[in-house]
Every structure is written in C-alpha cells, then in structure tokens.
Design a protein around this ligand. Structure first.
Ligand code: ATP
Length: 317
C-alpha cells in the first residue's frame, strides 16, 4: 500500500527565460507542475511512497506529466481524458523580483476529475490522504471528488491532510472561505499561510501566528501549520505551539515552497519523527524549493537536507 494518496490537476508549464513583459519572451523551458503532484514528488524524494491521481489530456503534455512523475518514483494514475486537453501554466518574470504565473486551465482535462476516478481501495489502504483547496475550485465534479475522497478516508480511519493553496483566479475569498470552513472540521492536518488562515477564521490576528494557528485548531484539525515565508512557520499540535525560523538561503523562485513544506512535514510525520524535527524538515524542504527555478525539481532528498545544516562555507567535498 502507498503511504500517501493525493489527486488534483497537473499542468504543463512554460517558463520564459527572459525577464520583462511576456510578449517579448523568445524561449521557454517546458516542464510541469501541480500542487498535489509536486507534493507527491516531495514525499517520494524524502523516502515515503506516494500516489497521484489526475486526469490529463490524450496529448503530449499528458504524456510528459505521466513520464516525469513516474520517473520520480511516484505511483502515477494519470487518466487520459479523450474530450479535453491538458491545462497549461505560463510563468514569467515581469521584473527580476516578481514571478507571475498565468493559467490556461478552464475546462481542461484536470478539471474533469470525478468521484469514480478514485479507487476506494487506494484511499482506504493509504496512511494519509492529501487534498488541496485548488481541486474544489476547478469544477462541480472535482469538488464532489474531494468530498467523496475525504468521506472515504474518514470512514476508513485514514487521516486527511489539507493544504489550502488559495487561488484567487479560480474563486472568490468568500466562496473559498465557506468551503474551507466546512472541510476544516473534517481534516487532521491543515496547512495554511497567514493570509489563507484568515479566509477560514476571519478574525484571526494578522500579526500573531500562534493565535492564528490556535484559531484554526479550534475548528478541529489535530495539527495546524501556519507558514510565514522567510519568517519560518508555526505549528499547533495537540495543544502545544511550536515555532521554527526559516533557514537562511538565497531565494530565486518563491513558487513551490508551500508544497515542499507540506511534503517535508508529511514525510516526517509518516516516519514518526519528533514534532520539532518534523517542523525543521518542513522548513528545510521549503527553503530548498525557493533556492532554484522550478516548482518541484529542487525538492530535497534526505541527503540534501543535511546540506542546509553544514552549508557554512557553501562547499561540500
Ligand atoms: P508558495 O509560494 O509555494 O505558495 P506558500 O505561500 O504556501 O508558498 P511560504 O510561507 O511562502 O508558503 O513558504 C513555506 C515555507 O517555506 C515557509 O514556512 C518557510 O519555512 C520556507 N520558506 C519560504 N520562503 C523562504 C525563504 N525565502 N527562505 C527560507 N525559507 C523559506
């Protein structure tokens, strides 16, 4: 059986090599990305098994997604959809310091996920089910898939993890907040940024992440992680609050830090690591993700994690 099961939309990703308005781009690197499959890669790199389920087009990009994830050792269940194409993401830099991501995904194969696409035995046999609040914003059938999967997991006593991943292009803060408040009480692990926390608990204090985490925990999750970017993260678990600073790294691309953080936390949780260790691993994985281009390529292995501890002179021999 697989340690972690997740599902969602993964898309082809075009990254402009040039900084400036996208219309002046000349060359693109082709890759792929999706919050849930990024997480599956992260968990796999850290030594646990992960399965990703999603719909892709019967096209080159669907094949790219299938082969790249399989190459990473993820158990890929990429269902070919004959009636829609794989969605696209285009990433550019308007300035050296500002990354912008555009999505061409409406009606794409990934959004057509439906409850029958998930094998109940797969969920029932997992040690954790991981979902994001991207999926319910994609379509009615995708939203039903999340509801169905969460119920299946709860029914079988499989813990559920939810990473908010709020996408403003897909739905309003009000709609996302309503959905999140409904689901927060049904999950065991909840990952959110400080801003996302306020979608769920509107009166959560902006400048007090510990109180924010406590407000979310009051809704039911046993573990709440509030991510604070370069300021680290706060964890509320079983009534205890922990805080971890971020690792000092040179950030080149902020995208993917959240997925990496969740992957690090869940991998260590699956390992049965101590809470302090688990939070450090999560922060270390988040730090790795920001150090290079690509949403998941730079995700760390266990060996990589030790680099952060001994990077004082920046050389390993
Ligand atoms: P994403 O950009 O992927 O949506 P996010 O907004 O969900 O990320 P962040 O808070 O930006 O989440 O990052 C998650 C974690 O990664 C942070 O809690 C921190 O531990 C680590 N991290 C993020 N940015 C940096 C940074 N600049 N330097 C070091 N660590 C970082």
């Amino acid at each position: 059986a697989t340690d972690l099961v997740t599902f969602g939309e993964t898309m082809a990703l075009f990254v402009s090599r040039r900084t400036g308005p996208l219309r002046f781009a000349r060359d693109f690197d082709l890759g792929l990305g999706g919050a849930e499959s990024n997480l599956a890669v992260g968990v796999t790199r850290l030594g646990r098994s992960a399965c990703w389920v999603g719909r892709v087009g019967a096209d080159e990009f669907g094949d790219l997604i299938r082969s790249a994830l399989a190459g990473e050792g993820v158990d890929v269940r990429a269902i070919p959809d004959l009636e829609a194409q794989t969605g696209l993401m285009i990433k550019g830099r308007r300035t050296a310091d500002h990354v912008d991501v555009r999505y061409y995904r409406a009606g794409g194969a990934g959004s057509r996920l439906r409850p029958e696409d998930l094998d109940p035995a797969l969920i029932r046999g997992a040690r954790v089910l991981h979902v994001t609040a991207i999926t319910p914003a994609l379509s009615e059938s995708a939203r039903a898939t999340v509801r169905h999967a969460v119920e299946e997991a709860r029914d079988a006593g499989v813990p559920v993890s939810l990473d908010v991943n709020y996408r403003r292009a897909l739905w309003s803060q009000e709609a996302a907040g309503a959905w999140l408040r409904e689901v927060a009480g049904r999950v065991d692990v909840l990952f959110a940024t400080a801003d996302e926390a306020r979608l769920i608990a509107a009166d959560a204090p902006l400048d007090d992440p510990a109180a924010t985490a406590a407000a979310l925990a009051a809704l039911g999750p046993r573990h709440v992680l509030v991510k604070l970017g370069s300021r680290g993260a706060v964890e509320w678990s079983d009534g205890v609050c922990r805080r971890a600073p971020a690792y000092q790294v040179t950030a080149v691309d902020p995208v993917g830090a959240g997925d990496a953080f969740a992957a690090g936390w869940l991998a260590d949780w699956l390992e049965g690591a101590e809470p302090d260790q688990r939070l450090r691993t999560a922060c270390a994985a988040g730090a790795f993700a920001v150090t290079s281009q690509g949403d998941w390529e730079s995700l760390p292995t266990r060996a990589d994690l030790t680099l952060l501890e001994r990077s004082a002179d920046g050389v390993s021999r």
